[in-house]
Design a protein around this ligand. Structure first.
Ligand SMILES: Cc1cc2nc3c(=O)[nH]c(=O)nc-3n(C[C@H](O)[C@H](O)[C@H](O)COP(=O)(O)OP(=O)(O)OC[C@H]3O[C@@H](n4cnc5c(N)ncnc54)[C@H](O)[C@@H]3O)c2cc1C
Length: 420
């Protein structure tokens, strides 16, 4: 790709938002560089179990975008890459991009012979470290690019040579080094997405101290066919079935001590996860502790349907405290129903914390001179400088809303180029 005429759009972050911006701009005839820090595109959506409201698997939407990318020579994709430094200014942002070594080149056919030869195991990054994977690994079954990665310690150790010997495509490159790529972009779209609020800060909700207390993000992996349980939702402590499960909404969100704002997606994520539990366990008792259920517009039907389930109870009031049952160690949830004023202390088999979401990349991770709000989300104010936010980098949003905003960001970027 030749970006020497300065007509390049750089998109930072290759989740659903970044991919959308990149594709919409490229399909309108513009050159785009898409920079993603992970070895694969798709972001958090790739790790989701199913999408609300239709409950289709993430492969549905992602695959279409991967096909569009594969046939579009105007999008150059850099994975394992981050913006290291920025110079220049509006109209000509000079980006220095550091690309980490993958130790596997594009001759890889994803045959898996390197993984067969590799004995070292590492925590599985795709499954949030909930299980282990070989140190020569395909990030996940539908990864784009469909190419293996060697962990640096594998490449540097005796397993590296075994992987290289096993590879019949000459794809393993043990002396792969970090590279720095410099580009000039007339417009930059930041689509670096979100990360979960640190549940370790929610000690009162038993995270890390009471068994079978998990976050909603971990629950997505539990429910996903590509997850560490093959999609079977089970209690983490003993792998046992779910007979009784509770969800604690606004775990960190709408709380002056943590995140004062609403994280936007957690209510629908919980309603979806309740449905997924019901699909696997027709008799499980499900309790949702909430402040108010934010299921806007067409999502309300999804909520209304779940309300018809006689074994789903909605308790209006935040969870005050979670402790361990002295006999079993299982979570004991203390809450007050703000509609009846009744306090309750209820034992449950598993508790899911609907943890809020925060911006994934601060200025150390993405050193562009972005205007951010008090919580770190990218605002629209710097738009005139050819810098734009898209998707959850700008605010918590569902996939559908992210796609709309990311399409708008593509148009803004095209306007920047037209103004040059
Ligand atoms: C528990 C849970 C369940 C959910 N379920 C649903 C659902 O069913 N349906 C729905 O519509 N929405 C759902 N959502 C919301 C959905 O996950 C988001 O809408 C979506 O992930 C936003 O996409 P994005 O591209 O903006 O961000 P992300 O998915 O976070 O992607 C951002 C990308 O940027 C990359 N990146 C970050 N920093 C850098 C950097 N410095 N340099 C380069 N790359 C970087 C990341 O690696 C990532 O690939 C759910 C959210 C939660 C919390």
């Amino acid at each position: 790709m030749n970006d020497s005429d300065g007509k390049l759009i750089a998109v930072i972050g290759g989740g659903i938002s970044g991919m959308t911006t990149a594709l919409e701009a490229a399909e309108a005839g513009y050159k785009v560089l898409l920079v993603e820090q992970e070895p694969f595109l798709g972001g958090r959506v790739a790790r989701n179990s199913k999408y609300y409201p239709k409950l289709c698997p993430p492969s549905c939407g992602l695959e279409i975008n991967f096909k569009r990318l594969a046939r579009n020579p105007d999008v150059r994709v850099l994975t394992m890459a981050r913006v290291a430094s920025v110079a220049g200014g509006p109209g000509n942002w000079e980006l220095s991009i550091r690309v980490e070594p993958r130790f596997v080149n594009d001759k890889c056919t994803a045959c898996g012979k390197c993984a067969d030869a590799c004995e070292t195991k590492i925590p599985n990054p795709f499954n949030l470290g909930l299980d282990q994977v070989k140190g020569a690994y395909l990030p996940h079954p539908m990864a784009y690019p469909l190419r293996y990665v060697l962990a640096p310690k594998v490449a540097a150790g005796p397993d590296g040579a075994k992987c290289k010997a096993a590879c019949t495509c000459d794809a393993v490159v043990l002396d792969d080094k970090p590279q720095t790529i410099k580009v000039n972009a007339a417009s930059v779209v930041v689509a670096t997405g979100w990360k979960p609020y640190d549940a370790a800060k929610l000690g009162h909700l038993g995270y890390g101290t009471v068994k079978n207390v998990v976050t909603n993000v971990a629950m997505e992996r539990l429910a996903s066919p590509t997850g560490h349980t093959g999609g079977k939702i089970v209690r983490p402590s003993d792998g046992g079935p779910i007979t009784d499960i509770a969800f604690a909404q606004c775990a960190g969100s709408r709380d002056e001590n943590h995140l004062p704002y609403c994280s936007g997606v957690c209510c629908m994520a919980t309603l979806k996860q309740a449905v997924l539990v019901r699909e696997q366990y027709p008799d499980a008792k499900i309790t949702v502790h909430y402040i108010d259920v934010r299921a806007m517009g067409k999502y309300e039907t999804f909520y209304a349907k779940l309300q018809q389930d006689p074994k789903v109870t909605f308790v209006r009031g935040v969870v005050a405290k979670v402790s361990a049952d002295p006999a079993t160690g299982d979570p004991v949830v203390e809450s007050e129903d703000s509609l009846t004023g009744k306090r309750s202390t209820t034992k449950t088999g598993m508790l899911v914390l609907a943890t809020g979401i925060v911006p994934a990349a601060g200025k150390d991770d993405c050193p562009l001179p972005l205007d951010r709000d008090e919580f770190g989300f990218v605002t629209r104010r710097q738009s005139k400088h050819g810098l734009h936010g898209a998707g959850c980098a700008s605010r918590p949003n569902s996939v559908a809303q992210c796609v709309q905003e990311a399409t708008g960001a593509a148009l803004k970027a095209i306007q920047d180029l037209a103004a040059r």
